[in-house]
Design a protein around this ligand. Structure first.
Ligand code: HEM
Length: 738
């Protein structure tokens, strides 16, 4: 009944507004391919080259001048949103943190690149209340620099300027985040309504959070400041903080540093109850010009005392616009008691409740001093034994606190940008961190004659085409465009943990990789004018050798393009725990779907994997069909290998999945397994899964499959397969993309 009510209301809302209802409204369980159409360049006013060339414009900027402009905005209070204490610095830090803090380590989505907070739904999340004003304050700076300064870079630079202006030394600033031009389709979690409704809570009773989510509530980037689902219990709150920040790739020390560093500055805003506020920006009338949360309870001229955002109220420090250790000292040296903000939210006050903090509208008036406060999440840093030990050490050694905050802040704001080679500008810190997944690129790269020599050496190993292709795919397909991590570059397939991932058939890999390593060692020991080859290049080249042979078996000559220049990493340069987050729970291209893949249906997982490889619908189609013919499934399963010549590169998958001569039937007792029988003879022909059969069942995928099954589609199949394969092999070759 609920489903049909929702459906009817969606449909009637669409019809009433004369808006076509997408199929998902009517058939919500249908396959949704939209993720593969995200980031289409048609929405980008700068055109298709913007994404790969933005950094060139950025490098023309004089960052010193931009910094001055930002600082001027920061210290000029505007009547339509007066600055607390005459300084927007803390507000801007919260803005930068909420932009970067959507990053989640398990699938690399979120983060600052793209500046998604400009769009619904992030702009409208309850957690981002009032940040619409912060971005509007910055518009004059954005306007001045236009194409040279993306919103993504401007927002992070503004956070940096704010920290510096208030006396904190950061590690540096990294630019190079091209903007998105439309709202990205991201699954933010199972919460069925937005915070603070109870149904927004997404943590199960046993403390689990669905893969790959990081936020404990729908509409927050992290945890409820009042405590889990409004329960002001600091112990339970600490568990939520650890869970959410852990999913953002932060350890205990980094988490404590971020919270303590952040809440050294600024204040919470709860002047008026929620009922005074209008809706989120997207739901407000056009006369509000994209701003939300208008406060109808303000009488007369707005002052800094009128701001309502979270409903909590007060500052953590008596000097909220300077970097001090007051947050730590106040937290540790006071007894804190539970109280309520003016709007009724749970927060904590000191036992003595002394008036020591300035009034935001009258910061120099001693008669207006007020008490400091803490959130339940702040108290959690004191009551949790691990966090407590860390912050107690920092209170004794303020330099260590400053150092930890600087490092954690830097990681927070660049974590989604991938390796250092994607950093731009003259303020990039020199230091290299292991979370940047460093790679050692050879000083002199191999030439085309070397490539020919290496191909011969690969052919001489006796490795099968199947083994070579599988190995190349295992290496390259670990890349995810969401945070630019993984990929063939670095040769980490040969290192822990990647060499042990079940999807990579580790036992088989153990027999393959040493042969390719021998080639590297032999080549590098020879005389090649100082040119060296990395295992990473040999792995990809091996895949090319395998593919060219596999096509030859079908009587087709293909040349798979190869661009040398990859490097290898060492085990010490590889953070095992952080790399483990890249382990695929599902890879439909290899018929791999782990039973514990957190309930994600295989078809959703197929689209998700394809989107992390930046594939379009036709690319996903040609790659999956071609790979099935190559017989490269994990565990050598025969599912979907719809060809009489496994191991030969052919479009057979497409003709055999589309033919009416086969009758498909579910295997009894198996959720996702089917058998195909010859309609005429009744003879069993094939095994397949949902992921295979959907190319005949889903109308849009069938349309793409028909192209490759058609009598005139053969040349196109080989051409598109090679192009898409090469695209995946080069996903992490940022040097080639610019
Ligand atoms: C303000 C929650 C972590 C920086 C706030 C506010 C809330 C909040 C509710 C008040 C918003 C308002 O009413 O204006 C939390 C929670 C955290 C957390 C629950 C994690 C457990 C952080 C981190 C940073 C940060 C990691 C930065 C590194 C700030 C700043 C403000 C603030 C600077 C003051 C903003 C202003 O003065 O306008 N936080 N926060 N917070 N937060 Fe956090």
């Amino acid at each position: 009944l609920i489903a049909s009510t929702t459906l009817t209301s969606f449909a009637s809302a669409a019809m009433a507004a004369d808006v076509p209802g997408p199929n998902q409204y009517y058939w919500p369980k249908g396959m949704n391919l939209s993720k593969l159409r995200d980031h289409d360049s048609e929405s980008d006013p700068y055109g298709s080259s913007y994404y790969t060339s933005y950094h060139k414009k950025f490098e023309q900027l004089n960052l010193k001048e931009v910094r001055k402009d930002i600082e001027k905005v920061m210290l000029t209070s505007q009547p339509w949103w007066p600055a607390d204490y005459g300084n927007y610095g803390p507000f801007f830090i919260r803005m930068a943190w909420h932009n970067a803090g959507t990053y989640r380590a398990l699938d690399g989505r979120g983060g600052e690149e793209g500046a998604q907070q400009r769009f619904a739904q992030l702009n409208d999340w309850p957690d981002n209340a009032s940040l619409d004003k912060a971005k509007r304050l910055l518009w004059p700076v954005k306007k001045k620099y236009g194409e040279k300064l993306s919103w993504g870079d401007l927002i992070i630079l503004t956070g940096d300027v704010a920290l510096n202006q208030m006396g904190f030394k950061t590690l540096g600033f990294v630019g190079g985040r091209p903007d998105d031009w439309q709202s990205e389709l991201i699954y933010w979690g199972p919460g069925t309504s937005f915070f603070p409704n109870k149904a927004s809570f997404q943590v199960s009773k046993d403390g689990k959070l669905k893969h790959p989510m990081a936020a404990t509530h729908m509409g927050l980037i992290y945890v409820n400041p009042e405590g889990p689902n409004g329960d002001p219990d600091p112990t339970k709150s600490a568990a939520m903080i650890r869970l959410a920040f852990g999913r953002m790739a932060m350890n205990d020390e980094e988490t404590a540093a971020l919270i303590a560093g952040g809440h050294t500055f600024g204040k919470a805003h709860g002047a008026h109850p929620n009922s005074c506020l209008s809706g989120a920006p997207i739901a407000n009338g056009v006369e509000n010009q994209g701003l939300g949360w208008a406060d109808h309870c303000i009488k007369g001229k707005r002052t800094a005392d009128d701001a309502s955002t979270s409903g909590l109220e007060g500052s953590w420090s008596a000097d909220p616009i300077h970097f001090t250790t007051q947050y730590l000292d106040n937290l540790l040296n006071n007894d804190w008691v539970l109280t309520q903000s003016p709007t009724g939210a749970h927060q904590w006050r000191t036992k003595t409740n002394d008036n020591i903090a300035p009034d935001p509208a009258n910061p120099n008036d001693p008669s207006k001093l007020r008490p400091i406060m803490m959130f339940t999440t702040d108290i959690a840093l004191k009551t949790d034994p691990v966090y407590h030990k860390i912050i107690a050490r920092w209170a004794e050694h303020p330099n260590e606190f400053a150092d930890a905050f600087a490092r954690a802040w830097f990681k927070l704001v660049v974590r989604d940008m991938g390796p250092k080679s994607r950093y731009f500008g003259n303020e990039v810190p020199k230091e290299t961190f292991v979370w940047q997944d460093p790679v050692n690129t050879p000083a002199k790269i191999i030439n085309q004659a070397d490539v020919r020599e290496l191909k011969k050496m690969v052919a001489g190993t006796g490795l099968s085409d199947r083994e070579l292709i599988k190995t190349a795919w295992a290496a390259a397909s670990s890349h995810r465009v969401t945070d630019h991590r993984g990929g063939a570059n670095g040769g980490r397939l040969a290192l822990m943990p990647q060499n042990g991932w079940a999807v990579n058939d580790p036992e088989e890999l153990k027999t393959i990789l040493p042969k390719l390593e021998q080639i590297r060692d032999k080549f590098n020991a020879g005389r090649h004018g100082g040119r060296k080859v990395a295992l990473a290049d040999i792995i990809v080249l091996g895949g090319n050798v395998g593919l060219e042979n596999a096509a030859k078996k079908a009587g087709v000559n293909i040349q798979v393009p190869f661009a040398p220049g990859r490097g290898d990493a060492t085990q010490e340069q590889t953070d095992v725990a952080s790399f483990n987050l890249l382990e695929p729970t599902s890879d439909a291209f290899r018929d791999y779907h782990r039973a514990d893949a957190d309930g994600t249906p295989p078809l959703n997982a197929l689209v998700d994997k394809a989107s992390t490889l930046n594939l379009t619908v036709p690319e996903m189609t040609v790659l999956l069909g071609g790979m099935r013919s190559l017989d490269v499934n994990t565990g050598h399963s025969s599912n979907g290998v719809l060809t009489k010549t496994p191991g030969t590169l052919t479009p057979d998958f497409f003709s055999n999945v589309l033919t009416m001569d086969t009758r498909w039937q579910k295997v009894p007792g198996q959720e996702d397994l089917y058998e195909g029988f010859d309609r005429a003879s009744g003879q069993k022909l094939w095994n397949a899964t949902d992921v295979d059969l959907v190319f005949g069942a889903n109308p849009e995928l069938r349309a793409a499959a028909e192209v490759y099954a058609s009598d005139d589609g053969k040349a196109k199949f080989y051409n598109d397969f090679v192009k898409t394969w090469t695209k995946v092999m080069n996903l992490d070759r940022f040097d080639l993309q610019r």
